[in-house]
Design a protein around this ligand. Structure first.
Ligand SMILES: Cc1cc2nc3c(=O)[nH]c(=O)nc-3n(C[C@H](O)[C@H](O)[C@H](O)COP(=O)(O)OP(=O)(O)OC[C@H]3O[C@@H](n4cnc5c(N)ncnc54)[C@H](O)[C@@H]3O)c2cc1C
Length: 397
């Protein structure tokens, strides 16, 4: 494996790091006001990013992006991860990225024109509705929601929750069962439901760790009450929803993991700066304590290890495809999420009471990134499937 940052990414990394530091870090003290209050500033930054030619680096050039490979984008995503706002300002935010990928790969020309083009420009937002309150999300083949065909129309009925960014979204991609008689992984389809469809009911916003959230930075419960959409709103073949969701998750996990490494690097910076400036008594720095020195050393090793693992997974996907990178992707999903949690926890601890205040971005990240060990496959699911695959080689059935 090549340990150098690819030249195209290297040229971007410095520019993006400077932009994030100069334009986005100063907005952080306003984070406690909520996403909605910041939106006018963030939209202005989006216009600047476009003018600088840095828009949507992961997206194909035909849709206005920079067409980076997964490894190249991974390097960029780390830089973006250093600010809670950067992925949004560069149109790299979940769940829109995943939805754009699905539309680019499986959309019909009409679907691309109507949904992908405005999403790629940043004119609209979208959401992804799979998880249901009444069913274990860790088993995505077991869904209650139904899409029943009536002529050229699907009637979508069901209840979803943790539909991130639904508030203000123009459409949802909904996973619903169209073929109940099929094997579990062939039962569901992905169907585009515009949020102004009759029967799309925004039931409530779900507060996370006490924070109600707003706009893109929110999670919602949605009732689909007999939403009627044309059959032409289906993505891919009938019953292909699970396969498309799996395909969406590989690159999606690389994006999340590299963003988390950016969060870790920023938290690590803050930790070191605080330890190097906080005096416990005149002339006695916090950084002089053995415990802090050991934490700094351990975190440095773990964050670097995490990065190398993610780049290995990304380069394997770029070179050999997702099937070959299955183990690598499982490894990074649980490993990096745990390094993230540990890094944020220690950075908060070093800051003392300041760490749990909203005067640094650490508490915001701590609240919002706890979900990293749950979404896109909880830790335990990835560990179990990786462990089974490894042990299979030893004859364990
Ligand atoms: C911040 C956040 C954002 C999200 N955004 C979206 C979104 O935009 N769209 C969407 O559709 N969903 C979204 N989700 C939902 C997410 O996909 C589910 O939470 C996830 O799939 C787990 O499902 P569950 O919550 O039903 O937990 P369950 O399936 O009930 O699992 C609960 C726990 O049981 C344990 N467990 C589960 N399976 C096993 C196993 N095989 N072996 C051992 N232990 C196991 C794990 O510890 C797991 O955390 C989001 C969730 C969070 C937290």
């Amino acid at each position: 494996m090549d340990f150098h940052i690819p030249p195209r990414a290297a040229a971007l990394v410095g520019r993006i790091r400077a932009f994030v530091r100069e334009e986005l870090h100063p907005l952080e003290p306003e984070l406690a006001q909520g996403w909605g209050a910041l939106l006018p500033y963030l939209d202005e930054k989006r216009r600047t990013v476009k003018a600088l030619g840095l828009w949507a680096p992961w997206l194909e050039t035909e849709w206005g992006g920079l067409g980076l490979s997964l490894v190249e984008f991974a390097c960029v995503a780390e830089e973006l991860g250093r600010s809670p706002f950067a992925h949004y300002c560069f149109n790299c935010q979940a769940p829109d990225v995943g939805n754009m990928e699905v539309l680019a790969r499986h959309g019909t020309p009409e679907q691309k024109e109507r949904f992908l083009a405005p999403l790629a420009k940043g004119d609209i937002r979208s959401c992804f509705s799979m998880t249901e309150p009444g069913r274990a999300g860790s088993n995505p083949t077991w869904l209650d929601s139904r899409a029943v065909r009536e002529g050229e129309t699907y009637v979508v009925t069901g209840r979803k929750w943790f539909t991130s960014s639904a508030e203000g979204a123009a459409f949802a991609i909904v996973m619903a069962v169209t073929n109940p008689e099929e094997k579990p992984h062939l039962r569901a389809s992905m169907i585009i439901v515009p949020t102004d469809t009759k029967g799309f009911v925004h039931a409530r916003k779900i507060p996370v760790m006490g924070e109600p959230g707003s706009g893109w930075a929110s999670h919602s419960e949605i009732a689909y009450e007999s939403c009627r959409v044309p059959v032409t709103n289906r993505l891919g073949a009938e019953g292909a929803g699970f396969a498309i969701a799996q395909e969406r998750l590989g690159p999606g996990r690389i994006h999340h993991c590299m963003r988390w490494i950016g969060v870790c690097e920023r938290a690590f910076d803050l930790l070191c700066a605080r330890a190097a400036s906080r005096e416990l008594a005149p002339g006695e720095l916090l950084a002089g304590k053995d415990t802090i020195q050991a934490w700094v050393a351990e975190l440095r090793a773990e964050i670097d290890a995490a990065r190398l693992l993610v780049l290995r997974a990304a380069s394997r996907i770029d070179e050999k495809g997702q099937a070959d990178a299955r183990d690598d992707v499982s490894i990074i999903k649980f490993f990096v999420a745990n390094v993230l949690q540990k890094t944020l926890d220690r950075a908060i601890q070093v800051h003392g009471a300041l760490g749990v205040s909203d005067d640094t971005p650490l508490a915001w990240w701590y609240r919002h990134e706890r979900g990293a060990r749950i979404y896109d496959g909880p830790d335990e699911v990835h560990k179990a499937s990786l462990g089974k695959r490894i042990l299979k080689a030893y004859g364990v059935k």
